[in-house]
Each structure stands twice: as structure tokens, then as C-alpha cells.
Design a protein around this ligand. Structure first.
Ligand code: UTP
Length: 410
């Protein structure tokens, strides 16, 4: 891109300050900065307008009317498992690991999956996930494709780590990496931050862009050519989750749903987890901060919490529907964060409190675009050990305790 064109763009969006240090830069740095300006999706800035804020646009929220509960699953376990195994053997299921996040709460300076959760031996988060998937590979007797989403910030480290660890015994022919998009960070007035004089402050654009990134990477055609019909998408941080779980796949298929979500019963009404619900009669997820106190405590006739099922970020999606969803723009969420940047004098600023916004699209918004989603309840002490924080709730310590409880040697 030439300077004049970049100048026109930044002027159009009131972001002239991005070129403020241009004359001080070397030729390479100048080219790099222009290149970044060319790639930015400036339309994201529109989502700062109050009328466009995603979180203020919820429809009528009601409790779920059906779910596969633990009791139901236990009764039908064998039937569900057989259906799922059959689908896996026919090559109809692939898995997608979302590992593009920054894991700021954990405070680990490498990709979260490289964290060693072991105590007496090395046991990396990525390794736990591969071990869990291997259980199904061994049961079904076939390799299951695993797609791993990274970001520009952690792609190289992640790929090198898997290679160095020999893919933890997984067949690397069945592993593909793809990189998600980045979005600019802005101050509270909507001005895009500079990270340095030649670098715009960019961060991964949330986990909602996973499918469009798969398409852009050319992986969808590959999946479809291989006959894949279902994608099981999961987060990097739940070290106990069952991946490509045959019973989950079987239950979703048997129910005739086009998607499914592994859920856990909330520990208390105000637990900080998104809950499955109906929104205008369609499946949806309501964030804990969107639930009023009254809704959080609402009870059904049987005494159970009306919004009792928290999502675990382990979803099953039919691919054909994802292709329709991909034609529609997902809502953009604006999240307050601490953003390292430089000020107008070029001095580095590292605030102790949030000082700007990041733009994110979220996978949970995809659920509302499906006509049907089966909530599939799992026992949280057996399948839910998220590593979000360094200490306290959902931390390294709680995950270690749960790993031990489930007989995993750590
Ligand atoms: P989180 O919402 O926990 O975010 O991600 P995070 O970035 O990992 O952690 P914090 O909030 O900074 O502490 C849930 C899942 O979505 C993935 C994460 O890697 C994790 O598996 N994710 C998140 C992405 O793949 N890309 C993103 O841009 C954000």
C-alpha cells in the first residue's frame, strides 16, 4: 500500500494519529505500518456506537425445555455410544481446538497449552487434550482429524512445541494448524492504540472467527472431501474434557439436533458461567452478567434452577449449517482490557487498570443461529477442569485436584 492511500483511510476513520511517527521510521518499518493499516477491519469501530452494542441486543429469554440430563444419558449410554462410534469410523467427525487466546488471566507468557500442569512429571495442557482424544481414537480404531486454531501471536510457538514433542504420539498427518484474525485495540474514545511507533496494537479477535478462518485456510474443502459432517469444537483450557465423545455425538444425532453443547449444572445461582436458555424460542446462551438476580434464582416446578446449565465450551456443530452461518456477521463484543501502548510522545504505557477496548466475536453467539442445540449434561467433577486463573477458582490448583481425582497421573 502506498502512503497516500493509507492516509486517506486513516483520515476517513479519524485515526490520523496512526501515521504520527511515520517520518521517524526506517523504510522497512514504514512499509510494515502501511501493510498493517491495509489489513485492519475499520468497520469494527462502528460497533462502538451505542445502537450497535452486541450485549444490549438480547431477545426474550426463557428457560430451556429439553436437555439430555446425566440420568437420561446413563440410561441410553450404550445406544448413544454406538451411534457416535459409527459416525467416527465413517470419518464423519473432526475436532477443532481453539488455542488462539492470550490466556491473560493465567499470566503465562507462552501459549496456554504449553503450560506444564504436572507435579511429579511433565504433563502439558496440550498433552492432556491429546491423551483424552487418543482414548477415542483407540476405541474407534481410526484417527480423527484435529484442527488447531492459533493466532499470529502464538502460532510459531505452538507449532514448534507440537513438533518438538512429536505431537504427543498423535498422527501428525491428521493435525492441521490455522491462524485466526487479529483486531485492533482502541482507547475509550475509539482511537486505535499504537503498540510502538511502527506497530498497531492488535490482538486475536475472539473465538467466534474459528469457522471463517478454517474456510480461509482452505481446510473446509479438505474436510468435506473427506466426508466430515460434524465438528466438535473445544477450548484449550479444560484438561478433563472428553473430545469427540461418541456418546455426545450419538445423543445429538439421535435427538435430531443440528448442534449440541456439553453443559454442567451450575454450582450456585451466580456462578460466573454462560447458561443455556431459549431466546425468542431459539437456543441461546446468556452470560452470567446478563442474568438478572431474579432470573439467576428462578426455579422450575421441580425445584431446579431455571438457568442451571452452564456451558463448558465443548460444542458439536453440523458443517452444512456452519456454512450458512458464515454468510452472516456475528455480533461484535466490546471488552474492556488493559492494553500496553505508547502515548503521543512515544512513551510506553502499561496501565494497572483497563484503559481501552478489544473487539471480539464469540463462538457462543453461533448457538443462537442454530434451530436446535442439544444441551448434554456432564458430571463436572469428571469432565470440567478449566485452567483459567493462576490461583483460586478454575485455577491450576483446582485442575490438578480434579486430574488426581480422576486417576490421571500428574
Ligand atoms: P477465554 O475466553 O478463556 O480467553 O478463551 P483466553 O484469551 O484464553 O484467556 P484470558 O481471558 O485472556 O485469560 C476460551 C477459549 O477460546 C480460545 C482460547 O484459547 C480458549 O480455548 N480463544 C479465545 C481463541 O481461540 N481466540 C481468541 O481470540 C480468544
Amino acid at each position: 500500500m502506498i502512503f497516500e492511500k493509507a492516509k486517506n483511510i486513516v483520515e476517513k476513520y479519524n485515526q490520523e494519529h496512526l501515521l504520527y511517527f511515520y517520518d521517524e521510521l526506517t523504510g522497512t518499518e514504514q512499509a510494515d505500518l502501511l501493510n498493517q493499516i491495509e489489513k485492519i477491519d475499520f468497520s469494527l469501530l462502528d460497533s462502538l456506537k451505542p445502537e450497535n452494542k452486541a450485549d444490549t441486543k438480547k431477545g426474550k429469554i426463557e428457560p430451556l425445555t429439553k436437555a439430555a440430563t446425566i440420568a437420561d444419558i446413563q440410561q441410553n449410554a450404550e445406544k448413544y455410544r454406538n451411534i457416535g462410534i459409527e459416525e467416527i469410523r465413517k470419518g464423519k467427525v473432526a475436532t477443532v481446538l481453539l488455542a488462539g487466546g492470550q490466556g491473560t488471566r493465567l499470566g503465562f507468557d507462552k501459549p496456554k497449552g504449553m503450560f506444564n500442569i504436572g507435579v511429579n512429571k511433565e504433563l502439558y495442557i496440550f498433552e492432556c487434550l491429546i491423551n483424552n482424544l487418543m482414548d477415542v481414537v483407540n476405541m474407534a480404531g481410526v484417527w480423527i482429524p484435529l484442527l488447531i486454531m492459533t493466532s499470529e501471536k502464538n502460532n510459531e510457538d505452538t507449532m514448534n512445541f507440537f513438533k518438538e514433542k512429536n505431537y504427543f504420539g498423535y498422527n501428525s498427518d491428521y493435525i492441521s494448524f490455522f491462524v485466526q484474525d487479529m483486531a485492533p485495540s482502541v482507547d475509550f474514545d475509539g482511537k486505535i492504540y499504537l503498540e510502538s511507533k511502527s506497530r498497531i496494537s492488535l490482538s486475536p479477535n475472539g473465538n467466534g472467527g474459528w469457522f471463517s478462518s478454517i474456510v480461509r485456510a482452505g481446510l473446509l474443502d479438505k474436510l468435506k472431501a473427506g466426508g466430515v459432517e460434524w465438528l466438535n469444537v473445544f477450548s484449550v483450557d479444560n484438561v478433563l474434557q472428553r473430545i469427540a465423545d461418541p456418546a455426545f455425538i450419538g445423543a445429538v444425532i439421535k435427538s435430531g439436533s443440528q448442534s449440541g453443547s456439553k453443559v454442567v449444572a451450575k454450582t450456585n445461582p451466580s456462578e460466573r458461567v454462560g447458561a443455556m436458555c431459549l431466546e425468542n424460542g431459539m437456543p441461546s446462551i446468556i452470560e452470567y452478567y446478563e442474568l438478572t438476580e431474579e432470573m439467576a434464582n428462578q426455579r422450575l416446578e421441580n425445584g431446579e434452577l431455571a438457568y442451571r446449565f452452564g456451558v463448558t465450551l465443548n460444542y458439536l456443530f453440523r458443517i452444512d449449517k456452519l456454512e450458512d452461518i458464515n454468510k452472516v456477521k456475528l455480533p461484535v463484543h466490546i471488552v474492556e482490557k488493559k492494553i500496553p501502548h505508547i502515548d503521543e510522545n512515544g512513551c510506553e504505557i502499561n496501565s494497572e487498570v483497563p484503559d481501552g477496548y478489544k473487539f471480539e466475536t464469540l463462538i457462543l453467539d453461533m448457538i443462537h443461529m442454530y434451530d436446535s442445540c442439544l444441551p448434554y449434561e456432564v458430571d463436572r467433577r469428571k469432565e470440567f477442569a478449566p485452567v483459567k486463573n493462576a490461583e483460586g477458582v478454575d485455577s491450576v490448583d483446582t485442575a490438578r485436584e480434579l486430574l488426581r481425582e480422576n486417576g490421571v497421573e500428574i
